[in-house]
Write a protein that binds this ligand. Structure first.
Ligand code: UTP
Length: 416
């Protein structure tokens, strides 16, 4: 037997994953080494456990759900200026950085490149990355600073992302000085029998571990260290696919500082009580986001004395963290959720299979699962039409698609 394989065959046998070596002899030497390294680093115990979870509906411990307090940005009156001044001072002192999570696969959009490179069809033909960057640069200018920008990619799209930035001269940013790229972790995908998939390249089919991988990725890639060296104290973390995301918001920052919370999140009010979005709440007294499927109709429709929904504050992936909070959240892994997805793979006969419907499990951590690790957080309701224009689906779906995002972007920026 190939001496490289000694030691791993027993592990593969134990976990019923011997098929991973089926195509080993056909791989070139470099790929053989890669495959072996992949196998050596897989936590088979974890993968086995995650696969077992797919077989029975995981009983989430619902706990005691109660509403969470929030502030409405446009009902703040005098406090608006008060918070804004606190935030402005901190931004001028260079204490804010922005993180864009761009490691996702963007399967629903179906764009054959990183989602951030997508042109939503404006006359300028700017990509999502450039739209986000325009806003960062413009805001930085207001405060006389360059807001450091950290971009999370995944192995699948890292090279394409960096090549794209390189081609566009980092939109005026300077790599390694004020713009940084780092990759998130990955987990193997498994089929419905629990077998780890082999991808088109003959290696293990890995997929990014969800946006909840952000904390661990920031810590493990020394980005937190970098932030501290730069004197950063606050970090806005958002997705790449909201073309109206407002990463620099002195009011949000002022609230976090004044209220001495380590996490401050933006929400938009639900479009209707049954909109299928996760909402902010408290679970057993701690901050949380609860999925629409986890609350009853009665809870979804319940209102307070002013007629406002008690569970109406949607989580829009626009969150501000203190650097210390990120460090704490990155110390331990978050729980993994299961997604059933389409994934190309090489079957046991060496054929490439391109499924037309979901065939494999992907395991993802959710960023908001870390919220329960803090005692308290601030929630700031903002206006949907000012801050939320997501690009999730292709145009034929008609919602949260390039067409709707483009219309919202144009309206907000008063473009014809
Ligand atoms: P979504 O959950 O909408 O996923 O990500 P997605 O990958 O963009 O699209 P689908 O579900 O495959 O169609 C929300 C944000 O989180 C980032 C995405 O890039 C997007 O900015 N994300 C998601 C990551 O950075 N890593 C992940 O593993 C998942």
């Amino acid at each position: 037997m190939d001496k490289n394989l000694s030691g791993i065959t027993a592990i593969l046998k134990k976990y019923n994953q011997e098929h991973l070596l089926n195509g080993y002899n056909e791989l070139d030497e470099q790929k053989q080494k890669k495959l072996i390294n992949q196998i050596k680093t897989i936590d088979f115990e974890l993968i086995n456990q995650l696969y077992q979870n797919t077989k029975h509906e995981t009983k989430h411990e619902i706990g005691e759900i109660t509403p969470i307090d929030y502030l409405d940005k446009y009902k703040l009156k005098d406090e608006y200026k008060y918070y804004e001044n606190i935030g402005k001072k901190a931004i001028k002192e260079g204490k804010l950085a922005a993180v864009t999570m761009a490691g996702g696969q963007g399967t629903r959009l179906g764009h054959d490149a990183p989602k951030g490179t997508y042109d939503i069809g404006l006359d300028s033909h700017k990509s999502l990355f450039e739209l986000l960057c325009d806003d960062l640069k413009q805001e930085g200018k207001k405060y006389g600073v360059t807001i450091p920008w950290f971009i999370m990619t995944s192995r699948e799209n890292n090279k394409q992302t960096i090549d794209f930035f390189e081609k566009h001269k980092y939109f005026g940013y300077q790599k390694g000085k004020n713009i940084f790229f780092f990759m998130q972790e990955e987990l193997p995908m498994v089929d419905t029998e629990g077998k780890i998939l082999i991808g088109e390249d003959g290696l293990i089919k890995l997929a990014a571990n969800g946006h909840g991988g952000i904390y661990e990725a920031l810590v493990k890639n020394n980005m937190v260290k970098k932030m501290k060296q730069l004197g950063i104290e606050w970090v806005f973390i958002g997705g790449v696919d909201n073309c109206l995301v407002k990463m620099v918001d002195p009011v949000l920052m002022g609230i976090a500082i004044d209220k001495k919370v380590t996490v401050a999140c933006k929400s938009v009010v639900k479009a209707n009580p049954h909109e299928k979005v996760g909402v902010f709440c408290k679970k057993n007294g701690r901050p949380n986001v609860i999925e629409y499927s986890e609350i009853t109709d009665k809870m979804a429709e319940a209102t307070d004395e002013n007629g406002e929904l008690l569970y109406g504050e949607s989580h829009i992936l626009c969150n501000l963290f203190s650097v210390d909070a990120i460090e704490r959240m990155g110390a331990n892994p978050l729980p993994y959720h299961i997604a059933y997805k389409k994934a190309k793979y090489i079957d046991s006969k060496g054929n490439l299979i391109e499924p037309t419907s979901p065939n494999a499990y992907k395991f993802e951590a959710f960023l908001f699962d870390a919220f329960s690790k803090v005692d308290d957080m601030a929630v700031l309701r903002v206006k949907r039409e000012e801050e939320f224009a997501p690009v999730k689906n292709s145009d034929d779906k008609g919602v949260d698609c390039p067409k709707t995002a483009r219309a919202l972007y144009k309206k907000f920026h008063k473009l014809t």
